[in-house]
Design a protein around this ligand. Sequence first.
Ligand SMILES: Cc1cc2nc3c(=O)[nH]c(=O)nc-3n(C[C@H](O)[C@H](O)[C@H](O)COP(=O)(O)OP(=O)(O)OC[C@H]3O[C@@H](n4cnc5c(N)ncnc54)[C@H](O)[C@@H]3O)c2cc1C
Length: 440
Amino acid sequence: MIVIGGGLAGLAAGVALAESGWRVRLFEQRPFLGGRATSYVLPDGEHVDNCQHVTLGCCTNLEDFYRRIGAVGKIKFFDRLLFLDPQGRRGVMQAGFLPAPFHLTGSFAAFGLLNLLDKLSIARAMLDILQTQGNPADLQEKGGISMLEWLRRRGQTKRAVERFWRVVLVSALDEELDRTDARFGVDVFWKAFLSSSTGYRMIRFDEGREESADAYILAVPHTALAELLPQSVKQSDPSLANLDKIKVAPITGVHFWFDRPVMKEPFVTLLDTTTQWIFNKTALYGRDSNGTANTVPAGQYLQLVISASYDLLQKPRQEIIDLCLGEVRKALPAARNAELLKATVIKEAAATFSPEPGVNRWRPRQQTSVPRLFLAGDWTETGWPATMEGAVRSGYLAAEALLRSEATPREFLQPDLPPDGFIAMWLGSNPSLRFPGSVS
Ligand SMILES: Cc1cc2nc3c(=O)[nH]c(=O)nc-3n(C[C@H](O)[C@H](O)[C@H](O)COP(=O)(O)OP(=O)(O)OC[C@H]3O[C@@H](n4cnc5c(N)ncnc54)[C@H](O)[C@@H]3O)c2cc1C
């Protein structure tokens, strides 16, 4: 069988089918695998990530894929998130000793970058997610509602929206709150933060010839698929006729190399700035910018990430560098005297599909109406936003669909993280409240 596209979706489908005894041929147009979750070497020899990729403990299929390919040991978990505001004030979130959903309660109560009113409004909305097990009634409204509208209905304060909901969700979903379907926003909190105490843990990573096969999985981005498919195929399957309705959202990565260390933490979140995250790549790579082991690093390589970066797309690169450098120097005092040796800006205009309200109705299933033609990709119907987890899920779903059509069914999709702590007890004592997909 043939897989076209060597991103996580194509790789996950290929691995699953190879394990099922199929001979898989994978075609990738670029000279390396990984798709959007890749890294490469600049002309000067510097190794850069396309973008820092972050995932959460609730991404069970991604973890399963890493296990299958023997890479699970390369994933780093972090339990602590540091927030900095422009005035230099700090806030920390980390798991305490309380069981889920109260594992973050201690650090949330002490979090100095929000006031009591902000926290109470957030707690109210969280309680709603908890009581409805991630399914508040207004998520079912026809056409979907935006996350901003969902928050407005729950009386969130301006600061709670800007310093909490926006910080988490714009990074997680690569879209502004007014353009995000509340379904995706609520899912982030239900799956990642509330139902399990480990769900929020962060990981890093890092011609003209013809070919034929018994079956095909097209695992390219939807924008590429629309161009790849002949008009006749698009017309034969209505779900392929609406690919152009799935919009895309940008992410900008800014890479700075300083002559000396300017931060100790592996990563920080900035509040009220254009820059959303600063990743200490020197610490995360475990070596300095020259590639030598960094017991005493000479310089420091930082990567800044700005999701939903619509405003930056038209800006000249130097303007972006100046803006972000100013923010870094404000947030990290040690950067004020450090020399910026070089800087790169990577604008990904189509980083992810936009999770705008109602987008799920345009996402096709992995099985098409064309015999032996299957789709995979983070943009296909997975229920997940554009993430590495969504891509792997789509690959597994495509492999399952293919095996079903051959009457040799096999399951690859992993269950969600089981709820733990009080949530598990609560669900256990209310059998009618068990949510689908739970393995508890
Ligand atoms: C800047 C950036 C930051 C991100 N950050 C995160 C993050 O922190 N956490 C997270 O979970 N997700 C993140 N994502 C999203 C994540 O990278 C994607 O959801 C995921 O990698 C998509 O995988 P995929 O296999 O569906 O698609 P892709 O990775 O796009 O793979 C498709 C492959 O098909 C190939 N292809 C296209 N056309 C053809 C053709 N005609 N012939 C052969 N091959 C072809 C492409 O070269 C590519 O390798 C980020 C994405 C970007 C761009």
